[in-house]
Design a protein around this ligand. Structure first.
Ligand code: GDP
Length: 297
């Protein structure tokens, strides 16, 4: 289960405090050291950990925590509040265009979960907004990606626009957008190509597609299982594209979960959704406060 280790270590660090009645500077420092190690081991990025610990130290100094009653409880509250703040405080909803269609471009490395997430989003929009999305298959380098999207679309009763693998993805996107206009689709979801790692050619293509589609959302799918790399990848894409948000996938897996804590801090982009399984229903809105509670156990 995600966060298992982190949760265990954090509660241990905090339990040591609660056993003590009043806490002094030394107790606090010992706990902060434990918390720091727990976060680093969970693959939270170094700069985020440093900032986080500094914040807590400062908050603890500014309150009556030390030598006061219920000092430990207050530390726990500060940790909880700071975890929530780190992840962005509030859930951030999908952008919506004033006139149809709202265009969502999906980007990410190969295997991160782009195609699966598009199906999940299409399902969600259809179910919750009664929307009529069109999916555009613009990942022409992995032939199976088009088939995969077509199968998912069929299962969900959502149309998929594709022109095979011989047409330039930029042209596919142009034609797909025209199709959406003609059919008055209210949402367009664009599946783009990924690579095993970020390269200049991929970025040039994605930037062109972004230019052509003028998307309301540029969502990056990031695989939570990739540890520190998840945050670095997010930063790499954020440098090149006008990302509006992140979908953190595979949070149902055995991930240490650090990306959930670092991404917002490092990239400035909000995590909007988390993927918690392979089925179309396995997509949840990301609530920083609930995630903080889950992490603290
Ligand atoms: P793409 O290359 O980015 O389009 O990635 P895919 O959508 O094809 O996903 C790659 C693999 O990850 C597939 O086997 C998906 O079923 C799986 N996957 C995607 N999202 C999740 C998730 O949230 N949880 C789990 N367990 N698997 C996922």
């Amino acid at each position: 289960m995600a966060f298992e280790n982190l949760t265990e270590r954090l509660s241990k660090a905090l339990k040591n405090l609660t056993g003590r009645g009043k806490i002094n500077e030394e107790d606090l420092q010992a706990s902060l050291r434990e918390i720091r190690l727990a976060l680093l081991e969970a693959d939270v990025s170094y700069s985020t950990v440093k900032k986080f610990i500094d914040q807590i130290r400062q908050k603890a100094k500014g309150t009556e925590i030390l030598d006061g009653l219920n000092g430990a409880q207050q530390v726990i509250k500060v940790v909880n509040d700071e975890l929530t703040a780190l992840m962005g405080e509030e859930a951030v909803p999908l952008n919506k265009s004033e006139k149809i269609p709202t265009t969502i471009m999906m980007a990410g490395l190969q295997g991160a979960g782009k195609t699966t997430t598009i199906a999940k989003l299409a399902y969600k929009l259809k179910k919750e907004d009664n929307a009529r999305p069109l999916l555009i298959a613009a990942d022409v380098y992995r032939p199976a990606a088009i088939d995969q999207l077509e199968i998912l679309g069929k299962d969900l009763g959502v149309p998929v626009f594709s022109q095979g693998t011989d047409v330039d993805p930029r042209e596919i996107v142009k034609a797909g957008l025209q199709e959406a206009k003609a059919n008055k689709n209210d949402y367009v979801l664009i599946d783009t190509a990924g690579r095993l790692q970020i390269d200049a050619e991929l970025m040039a293509e994605l930037k062109d597609i972004e230019q052509i589609a003028q998307p309301d959302e540029v969502l990056l799918t990031v695989d939570a299982m990739t540890g520190q790399n998840a945050t670095e990848t997010a930063q790499g894409f954020a440098n090149e594209l006008s990302l509006t948000g992140v979908v953190l996938t595979k949070l149902d897996g055995d991930t240490r979960g650090g990306a959930a804590l670092s991404i917002r801090d490092v990239t400035g982009k909000p995590i909007k959704f988390v993927g918690q399984g392979e089925k179309p229903t396995d997509l949840d809105v990301f609530y920083p406060d609930r995630m903080a509670s889950r992490i603290l156990g």
